[in-house]
Design a protein around this ligand. Structure first.
Ligand SMILES: Nc1ncnc2c1ncn2[C@@H]1O[C@H](COP(=O)(O)OP(=O)(O)O)[C@@H](O)[C@H]1O
Ligand SMILES: [Mg+2]
Length: 419
């Protein structure tokens, strides 16, 4: 008798409505998948936040979460689910504490990547704690902030060690700005970081074993930050940005993350690469939205149907450090060796074969859905929810233009005739 297995994807969501609806619509189009004599079916459900017994069962088999880096309750629930119930999580809650950028800098420095020089300075105003006055009087040494800054060189960046969403980031050009920014940092713990003079800002969005390196323009408003361009980097810088984003993810056990790198010529400087479950709103990603949601569906289905497992808390970082310490390897050779570990972690070859065999029509179904009135409804609702009424018309036209461009390009790629 043929076996069947039903898999439930749990979504832990914030304010977003667009991509969860897209995810749901595309997951439904996957239909039952039969692999090795087992028929798999897939459903998605939004999870709610409730008190939980640490030994409770968990119904979802895989969880995509947008909350854990901001809220403790869902984060602690995810840890319990990973350890007690073996639930598959796209991002490890053990290494993704509060989008913590600092440990990612440390790890990448240890691997010999070109992280700009970064100094962590003590709190300006320490967190409230009645023993603090005594501790700081006794152990906090006075330090010369200006001297640190001069050593790093102006301009420099002051930004919170745990980063996220440009909160508290400032570009500092002189001692006066430096002291003002530090005084204002209050209870935030700050890094000072040397500036990278760059030509391109590459944002690599990695979802499972798929990566898209995007041309990002941080000075533009949200809807215009991702340029629709290909080949904006030299072939070597393109390979390197892609490799670094995958190495970071594999190193920490992250499978839905975006990594930011500043690129000058062939040099790639990673500056921010702990953005768990990043913004994938249709109003940010536009042209790249169908790819992102389809990749999220493909990776979820692949993990569930193949029973992919990984240890939630064991990173085996020594394997990376052994490469870092090998004197026979130069920078390129190290990147290649880290990449081999990353591709092994991400299961890249098997994933590609599995998708080709079991999801051969998904791309066409994505194209069909994005061309449908159902997708258009999601787009309209998102525009209405995101912009003031007098801008609805303008933004609908704008996003329609970009989505239409994707439809034309995708139809050409898939050789599907256009109506
Ligand atoms: N070392 C740097 N050199 C040049 N620009 C930087 C540097 N660090 C940060 N920036 C600029 O500041 C922005 C915010 O910094 P980032 O580290 O990405 O913080 P967040 O985690 O808040 O996104 C970056 O997108 C970039 O434009
Ligand atoms: Mg950033």
């Amino acid at each position: 008798m043929e076996q069947t297995r039903r898999h439930l994807v749990g979504l832990l969501l914030g304010v977003e409505e667009d991509w969860p609806q897209a995810f749901d619509a595309l997951l439904r189009r996957v239909g039952p998948v039969t692999a090795d004599g087992v028929t798999h079916t897939f459903d998605a459900e939004r999870l709610t936040i409730e008190p939980f017994d640490l030994a409770d069962p968990v119904r979802a088999d895989l969880i995509i979460d947008r909350l854990a880096h901001w809220y403790y309750h869902p984060r602690e629930w995810l840890k319990k689910a990973a350890l007690v119930n073996g639930t598959y999580l796209l991002n490890s809650p053990f290494t993704f504490q509060s989008m913590e950028k600092h440990s990612a800098y440390c790890a990448m420095i240890r691997l010999g990547l070109k992280v700009p020089r970064t100094v962590l300075v003590p709190y300006k105003n320490p967190v409230d704690n009645d023993r603090w006055a005594y501790t700081s009087a006794k152990y906090n040494l006075p330090f010369d902030l200006s001297a640190i800054a001069e050593d790093l060189g102006y301009p420099l960046y002051m930004k919170p060690f745990d980063g996220g969403g440009w909160r508290g980031v400032s570009r500092i050009t002189n001692a006066e700005e430096l002291h003002r920014a530090y005084d204002e940092s209050g209870e935030m713990l700050m890094h000072l970081q040397a500036t990278v003079e760059y030509e391109h800002f590459a944002r690599a969005l990695t979802i499972g074993a798929e990566t898209m390196v995007l041309d990002f323009r941080p000075d533009k408003p949200m809807h215009a930050r991702y340029a629709v361009t290909s080949d904006f980097l030299s072939p070597s810088a393109a390979d390197e940005t892609r490799a670094i984003s995958r190495i970071v993810n594999a190193f920490f056990g992250w499978e839905f993350n975006s990594a930011e790198m500043l690129v000058a010529g062939d040099e790639v400087y990673p500056i921010d690469y702990a953005n768990a479950c990043p913004d994938v709103a249709v109003t940010s990603l536009h042209y790249y939205f169908p790819w992102a949601i389809a990749a999220l569906v493909r990776w979820s289905v692949y993990c569930l149907a193949t029973g992919r497992r990984r240890s939630p808390a064991d990173l085996q970082t020594q394997r990376y450090f052994a490469i870092a310490d090998d004197p026979a390897l130069d920078y390129r050779a190290k990147l290649a060796a880290y990449s081999a570990l990353a591709e092994e972690y991400l299961d890249t070859e098997r994933y590609q074969q599995w998708c080709a065999e079991h999801l051969p029509h998904l791309d066409e179904q994505v194209l069909e859905w994005v061309s449908s009135t159902a997708f258009d409804r999601v787009l309209k609702e998102t525009v209405v929810a995101t912009y003031p009424p007098h801008e609805h018309h303008h933004f609908l036209d704008y996003f329609h233009g970009l989505i239409d461009q994707w439809i034309v390009d995708e139809a050409r790629r898939l050789r599907v005739p256009q109506h």
